[in-house]
Design a protein around this ligand. Structure first.
Ligand SMILES: Nc1ncnc2c1ncn2[C@@H]1O[C@H](COP(=O)(O)OP(=O)(O)OP(=O)(O)O)[C@@H](O)[C@H]1O
Length: 905
C-alpha cells in the first residue's frame, strides 16, 4: 500500500496525465474524507475550471470503468471495491457542496470581496467593464494635468519613441512590478556633461586626422559630426579599435584612447538617460495608481491585475490576528494548482502564506495537503510575468516531493517519437517520453511549401477524404490575424471553420440583426434598417419609434424578438437577452457591445478548429496541423528589458540602439532576453506539436520559418489514417438510483440556468418561486406556509411585498388544482440533478408513479419562449427514458399570476 504524500508535485511532459492526476488527487482527497468545500483547486482559465468540475462528475459516474479508479484506490490506500461502495455518497456530497474549483483570478477576487473595505472598496466591485481602459486613460491624463506633469509624459514619449498609448502599457508593467522593483532606486541625472565629454574626444580625434597627411577625404568626412546625436550615429564609434578601414593609414594608439573616451561617455550618457526615463516613469506610475484608485473607489471598477495587487497589499498589511481571521475564514485545507509553470511571482506571493499554513500541519488544519502540476517546457507566458524558475523554488520552500510521469497517454507512437527526436537536444533536461503498448500507430509529416495556404487546404481535404470528422481537426497558427486569413481561405473552399470570433455571441446572425435594429432605433440611419431586414430575411418595412427613457432596453429587445418572430430555434438570442440586461442603457450597449466576450451557444457549432498555439494549451485533437507564420515575426521592441535572476528581478534596462556594442552589462541582459524569447518560441512549438493524438502535419515556409530553430527536414513517419474515435459513440447509461442521491437546493445553478430567461427581477422572482416549491415537503397549504418562511429567510431581501404575496397565491392555486394533484401522485423527487449527453441539468419535479412510469414536470412562472421550454422538457423526457428504461411523460406547469396551465409535451 502506497502512502499518501501530503506535499506532492508532478513536473511532467505534455500528455503524460498531469490533469488526469489532478482529478485523481482531488477525488482521492474526497474519498479520504476531505470536505469538497475545503479543497481549493486553481486553474488559469474559466474553461479549464469548468472542465475540471465536469470531469469530476463524469469520473465518479462511470468510475468502475475509468482508469482513474486504480489510481484513486492506490492514493487512498483502499481497495477498488471500497472506493466504488462510497462513490454515490461522494458524488452527492460533491454536487451538494460549494466547491472551490476556480481560476486563480476569481479566487483572488473572492478574497478581495472579503476584505474590500480595507481597500476602500465596496464588495460589489466589478472586474470586467468594457470601457475600463478608456476611462482609466482619461482619468490618468487628468491626474497628469493636475499634477503638472504633462511635460514629463511628453518627454517620456519622445525619449522612448513611443506613443502616449504605448507609454500606458509601460506604466501598467511598472505598476504591476512595483513590489519587485522596490529595491531599485532611480535618480534624475544630467546628460550634458557626457555629451560634452564625447564631443571633446571627437575634437581631439579630428585633430589627429587633421595632422595626418595620409587622411583620405572619406576619413575626413567620417570624423565630422555636428552634435552628440550625429556622433552616436557613426558606425566607427562602436568598433573595438580604429585600426581599420580608412582610419588605418593614420592610426595611432592615441586614436583608440579617444575612441574609448567617446565610448565611455556614450555609455554613461545612455545610463543617465535610462535613469531619467525610469525616474519619470516612476513618477507617473504614482499618478497612474491614483487614477486607478479613483476608478475603483468611485466606480467600483478593477482589472484582474488590480485585484491581484490589492490582495497582495492587503495580505501584507494585515496583522497576526487579522490574518488569523483570514485563515479561519478561508477554511482551505487542501490546495491543488494546475499549469503551475504559468503562475506569476506575485500570484505565488499571495498563495504562499496559505500554502505555508496548509502544509505546516499546525494551526487551523492538521492534515492539510498541497499538490501542483506543471511542465516548465510549456511555459510560454514569460511576458506575462510567469517565471518558470518558480517551480523549483516552490517545491523547495514547501518541502514538496516532485515526481515525474514518464508515459505519454495522449498520442500515438509516431507523434511521441517525433517530438522526442526534435526536442531532445533543444530543450534543457528533456526526458524522452515512453509510448504505451497499445499506441503503436500515428503519423507525422513535415511539409515545406511557399504557398502555405494552398498546402493547408490540401491537407485539410486529405484528412476529410480519409474520413476525419471536421471537429477533430485543429489548425494551430501563430497569431490571431493569421487565424483570420486561414479562416477566410478555408471558408472560400466551403470548409466549415470554428474560430474564437465565429463563436462570439455578437457575431451570430440573429444577434447581429437585433443590434442593427437597435442602432436604427437609436441613430435613425436608414442603413441599419436595411441591414436589419436583410439579416432576418424579411421585407423592409416601417419600424415604430421607441422612447428609451420610458422603456427598458431588455424589453425593447424582447419586443423585437417577438414582433419579428426571430426566435424559433435560437439559443443565441436567449444568451443575448441575459447579456443585454447587464447594460445600463442603450448607449452603453451600442458603444460597448463589441467587447462583449460571451460566446455563442455551443451546441450547433461545427467545423475545423482554427486557433493560436497559445490558446491550444491543455487541449488535444486527433489531427493537428501546425502552420508557420504567414507574416514575418516582428523584432522584439519592448522599451524595457527586465533582467531576472531566477525569480528575482535584478535590474532593468532601457532598450537603446547599439548600446550592447559598448556596454557589457546591457549586452548580457539583451542576450539573456534573446535566449528567453528563443526558449518561449521553442516551448510554444513544443505545446503545438504535443496537441496531436493521431496525426501531426507541420506546414513550414522554406525561408524565414518559425520552425527554423528545430532544424526540421521535409519528411514523414508512419501512415496517415483516421481511426473512428470512441467519443462519438453514445454513452451507455446505467440506471440511476434516485433514492440515494439528494442534491440539496440548487438555487445557485438554477440562477445560472434562468439567467437566459428574463431580466434580473423576473429571475429573482422565478428563483424564489422555485425555491418555495422545492422546500415544500408535500403539496399542501400547511407545507406552503413553512416553505414560504424558508424562502423569506433566503430571498426575502430581494423581493417586494407584493411579489411575496404573488408567490403565495400562485402556489395556493397550484396545490388546489386537481390536475396537478393527480399528476404528482406517487413519489416526488425535487430538483434532481440529471446528467445526460455531458450536460448537467436540474429537473424541477420528477414523479415516480405507482405503476412504474415517470412524469417530468417543469415549472414556469411566465409564458415567454414557450417553444424553448417544450424543447427543454422533451430533452429531459428523453434523458430520463434512456436512463430508467421506463415510460416517461413530460409536462410544463405554468404557474401564472391568474391561472395554472398544465401542458403535456
Ligand atoms: N494514467 C492514465 N491512464 C489512462 N489515461 C490517461 C492517464 N493519464 C492520462 N490519460 C489520458 O491521456 C490524455 C492526456 O492527459 P492529460 O491531459 O492529463 O495530460 P497533461 O499532462 O495534463 O497534458 P498537457 O501538459 O498537454 O496539458 C488524456 O486524454 C487523459 O485522459
Amino acid at each position: 500500500m502506497s502512502k499518501f504524500i501530503n506535499n506532492l508535485a508532478y513536473e511532467a511532459s505534455a500528455g503524460s496525465g498531469k490533469t488526469f492526476m489532478l482529478v485523481v488527487r482531488y477525488l482521492a482527497l474526497l474519498f479520504k474524507g476531505a470536505e469538497p468545500a475545503k479543497v481549493l483547486a486553481l486553474t488559469f482559465t474559466n474553461k479549464a475550471a469548468a472542465e475540471m468540475s465536469e470531469r469530476i462528475v463524469e469520473t465518479l459516474q462511470a468510475l468502475e470503468s475509468r482508469m482513474e479508479l486504480y489510481e484513486i484506490a492506490k492514493e487512498c490506500g483502499m481497495s477498488e471495491k471500497e472506493i466504488l461502495a462510497k462513490r454515490s455518497q461522494i458524488l452527492a456530497e460533491f454536487l451538494n457542496a460549494h466547491t472551490k474549483i476556480m481560476t486563480i483570478d476569481s479566487f483572488f477576487a473572492q478574497i478581495l470581496r472579503k476584505f474590500s473595505l480595507y481597500a476602500s472598496l465596496m464588495p460589489d466591485f466589478s472586474t470586467a467593464n468594457a470601457q475600463h481602459e478608456v476611462k482609466l486613460m482619461s482619468r490618468f491624463l487628468k491626474e497628469v494635468s493636475v499634477a503638472n506633469k504633462r511635460k514629463t509624459l511628453i518627454n517620456l514619449s519622445l525619449e522612448s519613441n513611443k506613443r502616449v498609448s504605448d507609454i500606458f502599457a509601460l506604466l501598467d508593467d511598472f505598476y504591476l512590478k512595483k513590489e519587485e522593483l522596490s529595491h531599485l532606486k532611480f535618480q534624475k541625472k544630467s546628460t550634458q556633461a557626457y555629451e560634452e565629454e564625447a564631443m571633446q574626444g571627437l575634437s581631439l580625434l579630428q585633430n589627429i586626422v587633421k595632422n595626418c597627411k595620409e587622411a583620405s577625404a572619406t576619413l575626413q568626412k567620417a570624423v565630422v559630426a555636428q552634435n552628440f546625436e550625429a556622433l552616436k550615429a557613426k558606425t566607427w564609434v562602436y568598433k573595438e579599435s580604429l585600426n581599420y578601414w580608412v582610419f588605418k593609414k593614420c592610426f595611432t594608439p592615441e586614436m583608440d584612447a579617444q575612441l574609448h573616451v567617446i565610448q565611455n561617455a556614450i555609455k554613461a550618457h545612455a545610463k543617465a538617460k535610462e535613469q531619467n526615463f525610469f525616474y519619470a516613469l516612476n513618477e507617473l506610475v504614482e499618478l497612474y495608481k491614483k487614477a486607478k484608485k479613483a476608478l475603483y473607489v468611485d466606480e467600483g471598477e478593477l482589472s484582474f491585475s488590480d485585484v491581484t495587487l490589492l490582495v497582495y497589499e492587503i495580505l501584507h498589511r494585515l496583522n497576526e490576528s487579522e490574518f488569523l481571521y483570514f485563515r479561519l475564514d478561508a477554511t482551505i485545507e487542501h490546495m491543488l494548482l494546475d499549469e503551475f509553470q504559468d503562475t506569476s511571482v506575485l500570484q505565488y506571493e499571495i498563495l504562499k502564506p496559505l500554502i505555508t499554513e496548509i502544509t505546516s500541519g499546525a494551526g487551523v488544519c492538521s492534515e492539510g495537503s498541497f499538490f501542483f502540476v506543471g511542465d516548465v517546457k510549456q511555459s510560454i507566458y514569460r511576458f506575462r510575468g510567469g517565471v518558470s524558475a518558480l517551480f523549483g523554488e516552490v517545491a523547495k520552500e514547501h518541502r514538496t516531493e516532485v515526481k515525474k510521469l514518464l508515459t505519454n497517454y495522449r498520442s500515438q507512437k509516431e507523434v511521441i517519437e517525433f517530438v522526442n527526436r526534435v526536442f531532445a537536444d533543444k530543450i534543457k533536461n528533456y526526458t524522452p517520453q515512453l509510448v504505451r503498448k497499445e499506441a503503436q500507430g500515428g503519423f507525422v509529416e513535415v511539409i515545406a511549401d511557399e504557398e502555405l495556404l494552398d498546402a493547408l487546404v490540401e491537407q485539410v481535404k486529405r484528412l476529410i477524404d480519409l474520413g476525419a470528422d471536421v471537429n477533430d481537426i485543429a489548425v494551430l497558427c501563430a497569431t490571431n490575424s493569421d487565424g483570420q486569413v486561414i479562416k477566410n481561405r478555408l471558408d472560400a473552399q466551403n470548409i466549415e471553420v470554428v474560430t474564437e470570433t465565429t463563436t462570439k455571441l455578437i457575431n451570430q446572425r440573429s444577434v447581429k440583426a437585433v443590434l442593427e435594429y437597435l442602432k436604427y432605433l437609436y441613430f435613425r440611419e436608414e442603413i441599419y434598417r436595411q441591414n436589419f431586414f436583410a439579416l432576418i430575411n424579411q421585407e423592409v418595412r416601417a419600424v415604430a419609434n421607441v422612447d428609451f427613457n420610458s422603456v427598458r432596453l431588455v424589453d425593447v429587445v424582447k419586443r423585437c424578438i417577438e414582433e419579428y418572430r426571430l426566435f424559433q430555434d435560437d439559443f443565441h438570442l436567449i444568451r443575448f437577452l441575459s447579456a443585454v440586461s447587464k447594460y445600463a442603457d442603450i448607449e452603453a450597449l451600442l458603444f460597448e457591445y463589441e467587447r462583449l466576450d460571451t460566446s455563442a451557444a455551443a451546441a450547433d457549432i461545427s467545423g475545423v478548429r482554427v486557433l493560436t498555439v497559445h490558446k491550444s494549451k491543455g487541449l488535444e485533437y486527433e489531427h493537428v496541423i501546425v502552420m508557420d507564420r504567414l507574416k514575418k515575426a516582428p523584432a522584439p521592441r519592448d522599451a524595457i528589458i527586465y533582467n531576472y535572476d531566477g525569480i528575482k528581478l535584478q535590474n532593468l534596462y532601457l532598450r537603446t540602439k547599439n548600446r550592447e556594442l559598448i556596454d557589457h552589462d546591457y549586452a548580457y541582459a539583451l542576450a539573456k532576453e534573446k535566449e528567453l524569447i528563443r526558449e518561449d518560441s521553442l516551448n510554444a512549438l513544443y505545446v503545438a506539436f504535443t496537441r496531436a493524438r493521431e496525426n501531426l502535419i507541420i506546414l513550414a515556409k522554406p525561408k524565414d520559418s518559425m520552425f527554423a530553430l528545430l532544424d526540421l527536414q521535409p519528411q514523414s513517419f508512419g501512415e496517415l489514417r483516421s481511426t473512428c474515435k470512441a467519443r462519438n459513440v453514445p454513452q451507455v447509461h446505467k440506471k440511476l438510483s434516485f433514492e440515494n442521491i439528494y442534491y440539496g437546493t440548487q438555487s445557485d445553478l438554477l440562477a445560472l440556468e434562468r439567467q437566459n430567461e428574463e431580466d434580473l427581477q423576473a429571475i429573482n422572482f422565478g428563483i424564489a418561486l422555485h425555491y418555495t416549491l422545492e422546500m415544500m415537503q408535500e403539496f399542501t397549504q400547511e407545507a406552503l406556509l413553512d416553505a414560504k418562511d424558508m424562502m423569506l429567510n433566503k430571498y426575502g431581501f430581494m423581493l417586494t411585498e407584493s411579489e411575496v404575496d404573488d408567490i403565495q397565491q400562485r402556489i395556493e392555486r397550484l396545490v388546489t388544482t386537481p390536475e396537478f394533484l393527480t399528476l404528482t401522485r406517487g413519489v416526488c423527487y425535487k430538483e434532481k440533478a440529471l446528467r445526460y449527453k455531458n450536460n448537467l441539468r436540474y429537473l424541477d419535479l420528477l414523479v415516480k408513479h405507482e405503476k412504474g412510469e415517470w412524469s417530468v414536470i417543469d415549472y414556469k412562472s411566465a409564458m415567454h419562449f414557450t417553444e424553448e421550454h417544450r424543447k427543454q422538457v422533451r430533452y429531459y423526457v428523453k434523458a430520463v427514458k434512456e436512463i430508467t428504461g421506463d415510460e416517461v411523460r413530460g409536462y410544463i406547469c405554468y404557474i401564472l399570476a391568474d391561472t395554472i396551465k398544465i401542458e403535456t409535451v
